[in-house]
Design a protein around this ligand. Sequence first.
Ligand SMILES: NC(=O)c1ccc[n+]([C@@H]2O[C@H](COP(=O)([O-])OP(=O)(O)OC[C@H]3O[C@@H](n4cnc5c(N)ncnc54)[C@H](O)[C@@H]3O)[C@@H](O)[C@H]2O)c1
Ligand SMILES: O[C@H]1[C@H](O)[C@@H](O)[C@H](O)[C@@H](O)[C@H]1O
Length: 336
Amino acid sequence: MPLRVGIIGTGAIGRDHSRRINNVLTGAHVSAVNDVNVEQAQKAVDDLDLKAEVFANGHELIQSNAVDAVLVTSWGPTHEEFVLSAIAAGKPVFCEKPLATTAEGCKRIVDAEIATGKRLVQVGFMRPYDSGYQLLKNALTIGEIGDPLMVHCAHRNPEVPESYVTPMAIQDTLIHELDVLRWLLDDDYVSAQVIYPRRTRFTHSKLADPQIVLLETKRGIRIDVEVFVNCKYGYDIQCSVVGELGVLNLPEPQSLLVRKEASLATNILTDWKQRFIKAYDVELQEFINGCLNSSITGPSAWDGYAASVASDACVEAQETGAIIPISMADKPSFYS
Ligand SMILES: NC(=O)c1ccc[n+]([C@@H]2O[C@H](COP(=O)([O-])OP(=O)(O)OC[C@H]3O[C@@H](n4cnc5c(N)ncnc54)[C@H](O)[C@@H]3O)[C@@H](O)[C@H]2O)c1
Ligand SMILES: O[C@H]1[C@H](O)[C@@H](O)[C@H](O)[C@@H](O)[C@H]1O
């Protein structure tokens, strides 16, 4: 019997994940939806032709007998309560990033999950499923460039809404690098600093844009990440690892090269949904398979917690201008 999935939050990614569960992936279908904006939930059902019941409340959806597993795709500050509610109901839950908006919130989820004795949570960190990052990881693992020494990254969005303010550059955007670089380097962070270049004229008074985040890992690897969310020209993710013997660059997404009228041109994507479309498919299929086999294996609540510890330090670094130390408790054996 297919897994019956309940979706909490039918905004951009809630709709996109509903589409992929019903039309792209196997073994599951969307049986229930909820949004604080009930009309929006009903619209998702109509637009995507979902055979799903609309719930007025996310907690009622979690309790429903029509739901075997839960997807939390609502606004970040609501994630913790829904994930804790799913854990209390003993139901597997896939939660979009961030797992919670603070490390303390993530820790409450970690503790609740450990108390059940069983992994129930997968966090929507999709970059480790991206084939480009996997090429980087494989090359580092076989020692292609010797030991990694430095990493240069850029995370550029064409634009963001007025509701996007300075800390969101960390909590909403950099959080992807905080997760994928831990995974890529198999290392943890020990300090963070944020510096501010000249502001773009396309930002607003509550958003410092761009920002440069400087991180150091336990092994002494230095990382710089440019977060520039009004870059105008496209959605552009760059990652370059400098090692003792050479440099590895994240591959560009496949795109036609056109030679014409004395120019050589290629397109740059503008939409995050397209940039990581295959990675989203693979991460969610893994969650569905994990639910069906009672074995959740994707990015864990501990990964969500680790990224949040670093994220909290980066936000403090934004506010103070200081180099903020980062210290992590040892990973519980439950997650190894
Ligand atoms: N992994 C990724 O690459 C990725 C991409 C986009 C978004 N996200 C994450 O997914 C989440 C949603 O992002 P989005 O872009 O879809 O935002 P969005 O604003 O388009 O949608 C969020 C939806 O949540 C609903 N909502 C808010 N509070 C709620 C509540 N208490 N109960 C039920 N519904 C509620 C809103 O009404 C809205 O429809 C965010 O945490 C975001 O960081 C992750
Ligand atoms: O929620 C989105 C999403 O996570 C994108 O992947 C990221 O590039 C954006 O900066 C963020 O706002």
